[in-house]
Design a protein. Structure first.
Lengths: 357, 201
């Protein structure tokens, strides 16, 4: 019975998280188009529903009813497999993020707003993300198109290079909090008003910056969108994809943006921590999603602002600046940890929290 | 993975094998190893393998199966393996010993980290040096030879060009001429063999 209840809770949790994230992803697309429109001095989609509010629905219907074209000389099985890998890998990381603190529900009692919690959650995220590379690389290869192949190769090289900087940038946080469990990392960041304990502010500003840059590269977004550079490669790795298969890549990209933002929020911006969360636990969910949306807005902003990197600049930047900076950050964090600076800080923040409850 | 003819299919199957292996590690209460398995093997090494296969554009030729004589032996070995598995399953079920509940934290990050950085520090460091040696070795092997090809024409005191490039005028823009002062110097610069030393008028 207890097992059954646990299972049911798990299912409900996955369903709710999935729905919330998918809805937000759909509206991220809309928001991106509207914000880009604003940046470029035009309107963007505003015809479907009030203010274009139903545009995601219209897009979905259009994707479903478009003709599904398969290139004649493609490697068919892999051609079908690639979008599935991309989407599944993007969605799989969602289960480990803590969306909020423990909350009380009328029937279910106290539940924790995280789908699953385990010892190596952070490594799990990195592992699943690294599998996502295959979706893009295989899509590029199996389409039997030179633009696709170029896009796939660029993306593989880029993602492998920046994964390194990304992982190294996160080690600072791990060193400082002493755990790979995302829930514990969030709990440790509760400080003065739920703000002063954020890793970004005190201990990992450099790590945060490195993570942010590497994460944009990981999601193939501007200014790192070389895999699908429209001006050079038509559409890069998904040139030959149409209808729902293209929609899956599209979805994967936005879900990746979302998960990357969730990880940034969890590790650097204190997750669901914020003012008055202890009194009103449900506030935590809003803080969490609010911070994630902040990151998504940053993504869109960057897309409207920055030009694209050249490939050699991309590689040089990743290997000559980001990786050394990340290693420096590790050494710095380890030294501070050894000197006991973080313990002192935690003690200081704890005394402050007591004052505010 | 073994049965596939297309090398890329084999590679993808191997990724599947690695991920399944990671799942096995999870069931064995070693989540850290599982995560590392996915990150290192499925995420990094296999990407390189797939990369190479894609770049080389390997033919999917229907080769006749070589080593046909080995098929019966392979079947026999597979049968032995299968029998072994059946035996193991039976054996484990028949065993009166209940599985130990407190597998403790053997597979957890903390214990692995402590092990690696205290008791087994020396082997760990030696392994890392071994990997470094492999990287340096690979780079050394890849960088053998001189600056230009062995077909280069060497004229002391003159600019150095490759013969084939001189023959085909269209490539002349790609050349970066180097001025030398003696045959020895030019030869050292080019790393050419004896028969290629004859000066071209």
């Amino acid at each position: 019975m207890e097992d059954l209840k646990h299972l049911a809770l798990l299912m409900i949790g996955i369903l709710v998280a999935f729905t919330v994230v998918m809805t937000l992803v759909a509206y991220t697309v809309l928001a991106e188009r509207r914000v880009l429109g604003f940046i470029q001095g035009r309107l963007g989609p505003n015809r479907v529903g009030p203010g274009g509010f139903l545009q995601p629905l219209a897009d979905l219907l259009k994707f479903i009813f478009k003709e599904d074209i398969v290139p004649d000389k493609s490697t068919r099985f892999i051609y079908f497999l690639a979008p599935i890998i991309a989407t599944v890998a993007a969605l799989m990381t969602m289960v480990v993020y803590p969306f909020g603190p423990d909350v009380n529900l009328p029937v279910l009692g106290t539940i924790r707003l995280v789908i699953t919690r385990f010892d190596v959650a952070l490594l799990y995220v990195l592992g699943v993300t690294s599998v996502g590379v295959y979706g893009i690389a295989l899509a590029g290869w199996s389409s039997n198109n030179k633009y696709s192949l170029m896009g796939g190769l660029r993306s593989s090289a880029q993602m492998i290079s920046y994964e390194l900087a990304l992982g190294l940038g996160l080690i600072g946080v791990v060193l400082q909090s002493g755990t790979l469990d995302l829930y514990s990392i969030v709990e440790q960041q509760a400080g003065h008003l739920g703000i002063s304990g954020w890793n970004m502010i005190w201990v990992q500003p450099l790590g945060f910056l490195i993570y942010l840059i590497a994460a944009i590269a990981e999601t193939n977004r501007v200014p790192f969108d070389l895999p699908e550079a429209e001006t050079e490669l038509v559409a890069g790795f998904h040139t030959e994809y149409s209808a729902m298969k293209f929609a899956l890549f599209f979805l994967a990209e936005y879900v990746n943006m979302f998960t990357v933002s969730m990880l940034a929020t969890t590790l650097f911006l204190g997750g669901w921590n914020g003012p008055f969360v202890h009194q009103l636990p449900w506030l935590g969910v809003f803080y969490f999603l609010g911070k994630v949306i902040l990151f998504l807005f940053l993504y869109i902003w960057l897309r409207g602002t920055l030009p694209r990197f050249r490939f050699d600049q991309l590689m040089a930047f990743g290997w000559k600046y980001l990786v050394p900076a990340a290693i420096f950050n590790i050494v710095l964090t380890a030294t501070l940890q050894w000197l006991g600076a973080f313990d002192y800080l935690a003690q200081f923040l704890k005394t402050q929290t007591g004052f505010w409850g | 993975m073994v049965a596939q003819r297309n090398p890329l299919y084999s590679a993808i199957s191997l990724i599947g094998v690695f991920i399944s292996l990671a799942c096995l590690y999870v069931t064995l209460a070693a989540p850290f190893i599982a995560a590392v398995q996915v990150i290192v093997y499925a995420g990094a090494i296999m990407v390189l393998v797939v990369f190479v296969i894609m770049l080389l554009n390997v033919e999917i030729a229907e080769r006749p199966m070589r080593l046909r004589a080995l098929v019966p032996i392979a079947v026999m070995l597979a049968a032995v393996l299968f029998a072994e598995a059946v035996f193991m399953i039976y054996f484990v079920q028949a065993s009166p010993a209940t599985p130990t509940r407190n597998i403790s934290d053997v597979g957890l990050t903390r214990s692995i980290g402590e092990g690696l950085f205290t008791t087994y520090l020396l082997p760990f460091e030696i392994t890392s040096i071994l990997l470094l040696m492999a990287i340096v070795g690979a780079m050394t092997l890849a960088r053998t030879g001189g600056l230009l090809s062995s077909r280069a024409a060497v004229v002391p005191g003159d600019q150095v060009f490759a013969k084939e490039m001189l023959n085909r005028q269209k490539y002349i823009d790609d050349l970066t001429p180097v001025t030398t002062h003696s045959t020895e110097e030019a030869r050292g610069l080019l790393g050419v063999e004896d028969q290629d030393r004859s000066p071209k008028a």
